[in-house]
Design a protein around this ligand. Structure first.
Ligand SMILES: [Zn+2]
Length: 420
């Protein structure tokens, strides 16, 4: 069934399954629930948990509430356990976070930048290096989300910032994915991806696209981006740059876009379009605060943006037949503030056969954290394999001997706000 033939292989396979289950449930399920979920014998589960705890991968805590008798134990992240560093690089600032097994996020640094690749990525590279030194062997990888199409080996283009083939790994001071042995699972090699595709991945793992066979995720920041999600996987395209729905002519106009095409959806949806609508300067990743003010105060600009969003959604629904359309970034506010206008623009453009059962249009469950969480998930995807765990074990022959900075990673919830 799983290709595991010897007892050693079966054990290695079950270690991955158990850690994956703990990670995916957000470290909320008890040992006995996980034992049932994974159809393990109780003795097998005990041996697995003990081994994973010994390797510094799991730690059990008593459940918050339990009835009389033996305490119920919940497997979660080990205090010296694996940490994924994840960064969300937006057009005007970046955020760097440490993420533990189960998805708990601790924000390590937030820094504005001037929109140039050097000012955005140079200091981020320094921050990553400093936290890798501090956290030592705990760092299992680095995921970086960027607001533009990322080609293989980490070259990114962000048209409205005038970034052309920017070599992200080089500016971060990290090896490029192709040059390193072992692919992206090697600890120093970053996983670099598009912010929309990462947000879609996070939505599929922890948000409103969980269990959805065909979904469409749209992320609206300065520009809109979007990607089809099939069976939990964003459809990345043949060369990894498939999440560019913002550059389809879905807005109905023919204005030239900074990407080189005309009539792009990005001209009518997103923060740049809000600024343009009220006659303010736009582009270059500037004006986030002004755009938020427009979003809060100009019903007219919000309605125009929401209608353009609705028209584009109708075209995409006609093409792809998704079960659910999820919105993140400003898309959540557009839906909340002008949902009726959005639907009124969308519905007449749906094919007749789709109008009886149009897809649900829902706001993301993950707030603005989706891109960061998706970057984190990609790092854990590379780690939660028999090879990844074997590498960890080799690097940690004696967990008790060296103690990296435990205090420096404090816990917060998935939303990142409420300390535990
Ligand atoms: Zn364009």
């Amino acid at each position: 069934m799983n290709g595991a033939t010897t007892s050693g292989e079966l054990r290695a396979h079950n270690r991955v399954r158990l850690l994956r289950a703990v990670h995916d449930c957000g470290a909320t399920r008890t040992r006995s629930q996980l034992t049932r979920d994974l159809r393990l014998a109780r003795g097998t589960a005990s041996v697995l948990v003990a081994g994973l705890a010994e390797d510094g991968l799991l730690h059990e805590e008593p459940a918050a509430e339990h009835t009389r008798g033996r305490p119920t134990l919940v497997p979660g992240p080990h205090p010296d356990g694996p940490v994924a560093l994840a960064a969300d690089v937006r057009e005007d600032a970046w955020e760097l976070a440490a993420c533990e097994l189960g998805g708990r996020v601790t924000v390590l640094a937030v820094r504005p930048h001037d929109g140039t690749p050097q000012d955005a990525l140079g200091p981020l590279g320094e921050a990553v290096a400093a936290h890798r030194r501090r956290l030592g062997h705990r760092v299992i990888g680095i995921g970086v989300a960027l607001a533009g199409p990322v080609r293989h080996h980490g070259l990114v283009d962000i048209a409205h910032l005038n970034w052309r083939s920017v070599d992200v790994p080089a500016l971060l001071g990290l090896p490029a994915p192709s040059q390193a042995e072992g692919g992206s699972s090697a600890p120093g090699v970053p996983v670099i991806g598009n912010d929309t595709a990462f947000a879609a991945l996070a939505e599929a793992r922890r948000g409103r696209l969980q269990g959805v066979r065909v979904g469409l995720h749209l992320h609206v920041d300065f520009d809109p981006g979007g990607v089809l999600v099939v069976d939990g996987h964003p459809v990345a395209g043949a060369s990894g740059i498939g999440a560019e729905l913002g550059h389809m002519p879905l807005g109905g106009g023919d204005r030239p876009c900074l990407c080189g095409a005309r009539g792009c959806w990005a001209m009518d949806v997103g923060a740049n379009a809000l600024l343009r609508h009220v006659g303010l300067a736009y582009g270059g990743g500037r004006g986030r605060e002004q755009a938020e003010r427009v979003l809060a105060t100009s019903q007219e600009a919000v309605r125009a943006n929401a209608e353009a969003l609705g028209r584009g959604i109708a075209a995409l629904v006609n093409a792809h037949d998704p079960e659910v359309v999820t919105l993140s970034g400003h898309g959540v506010e557009l839906r909340e503030r002008a949902g009726a206008a959005l639907l009124a623009a969308c519905e007449p453009l749906l094919m007749t056969i789709r109008r009886d059962r149009p897809p649900r249009i829902e706001g993301s469950a993950l707030g603005w954290r989706g891109s960061l969480l998706g970057a984190m998930e990609s790092v854990f995807d590379a780690f939660l394999t028999t090879g990844g765990l074997e590498l960890w074990r080799k690097d940690h022959p004696d967990q008790g001997r060296d103690t990296p900075d435990r205090q420096s990673v404090t816990h917060s919830t998935l939303g990142g706000e409420r300390p535990l």
